[in-house]
Design a protein around this ligand. Structure first.
Ligand code: G1P
Length: 302
């Protein structure tokens, strides 16, 4: 049984400056909750209630978000705001949150290694703080099922356009045992397009076996001078193929401005409370923009 998740959240968020100058990128709200909450909720849905944040300087708001907030709770109780009070309290009960500091930005592999003491000799999940998968897709559940069936490390994969492979870890694969699964025989971190073994990219979700820690300790700095998780997985895959589980649903890179906007619009549209009114407004606005473009203008706003 997999019980623990390690969430590396120490990154500086430079793709999202200036918003991330004083606020952790994982705390930027997508609709009405910080991006990191979607990830912790995804863990809990898949049965993982032990969550380790691998943090860095300036990230303490993330721990506060999942902790009790006694002053706020007292103020809400005094005002009779029971629904808000429940939302705030439920967050503190959502999962058991632990944290460890990554003192130097030595790479994703190094961040995962920071979790070794907490994880111990158990398989565990890693989810990157920028990658939100559509909450309606039971994707992590599929990955965990693949691990339980095979006992091998499992890597989340998605097809990307060839001009984007250089942004991702990319897998060399063979056909898998099931629909939607592949056998991973090799992995390359951020390859040049002509050296990419495929267009199947790693999307920030992994089920790892604890021997990865020993491999990471022996992994030298790779791409960007950083200790890469992809390189350690490549070492494992050389011994015996890993399992790749393909995502067929939606995934958003919320560390990127455009990805963040897409996540906000699509996840707001999916919400029962906000979606109908928001989509109606959006349709009207797009129609106005279309009309204005046809007239040669710049469009208005409602
Ligand atoms: C990291 C991983 C990369 C993966 C990507 C997914 O890169 O190193 O293999 O494809 O996340 O988002 P980063 O985006 O942190 O540079």
């Amino acid at each position: 049984m997999v019980r623990k998740a390690v969430l590396p959240v120490a990154g500086l968020g430079t793709r999202f400056l200036p918003a991330t100058k004083a606020v952790a990128k994982e705390m930027l709200p997508v609709v009405d909750r910080p991006a990191i909450q979607y990830i912790v909720e995804e863990c809990v849905r898949a049965g993982l209630e032990d969550v380790l944040f691998v943090t860095g300087a300036g990230k303490s708001a993330m721990e506060d978000h999942f902790d009790r907030a006694l002053d706020l709770e007292a103020a809400l109780a005094a005002k009779g705001k029971d629904a808000d009070l429940e939302v705030v309290r439920d967050l503190a009960d959502l999962a058991t949150i632990h944290s460890v500091r990554q003192q130097e930005p030595l790479g994703l592999g190094h961040a995962v290694l920071m979790g070794a003491d907490h994880v111990g000799d158990e398989p565990f999940v890693v989810i990157l703080g920028d990658d939100i998968v559509d909450p309606a897709t039971p994707y992590l559940e599929r990955m965990l099922e693949a691990y339980e069936r095979t006992g091998r490390g499992v890597v989340g994969l998605m097809e990307v356009p060839e001009d984007q492979v250089h942004l991702y870890g990319v897998a060399a694969t063979e056909p898998g045992d099931r629909d939607g699964e592949v056998r991973i025989t090799g992995l390359v971190e951020k390859p040049d397009p002509d050296e990419a073994p495929s267009n199947l990219a790693i999307i920030g979700r992994y089920v790892l076996t604890p021997d990865i820690f020993g491999v990471l300790e022996r992994t030298p700095p790779g791409r960007g001078g950083e200790i890469q998780l992809t390189d350690a997985l490549q070492t494992q895959a050389e011994e015996e193929p890993l399992v790749g589980v393909r995502l067929d649903g939606r995934r958003f890179d919320t560390g990127d401005k455009l990805g963040f906007l897409k996540a906000t619009v699509q996840l707001a549209a999916d919400r029962e409370d906000l979606g109908p009114e928001f989509v109606a407004w959006l349709r009207g606005w797009l129609d106005d923009e279309g009309d204005a473009a046809a007239d040669g203008g710049t469009g208005g706003s409602r």
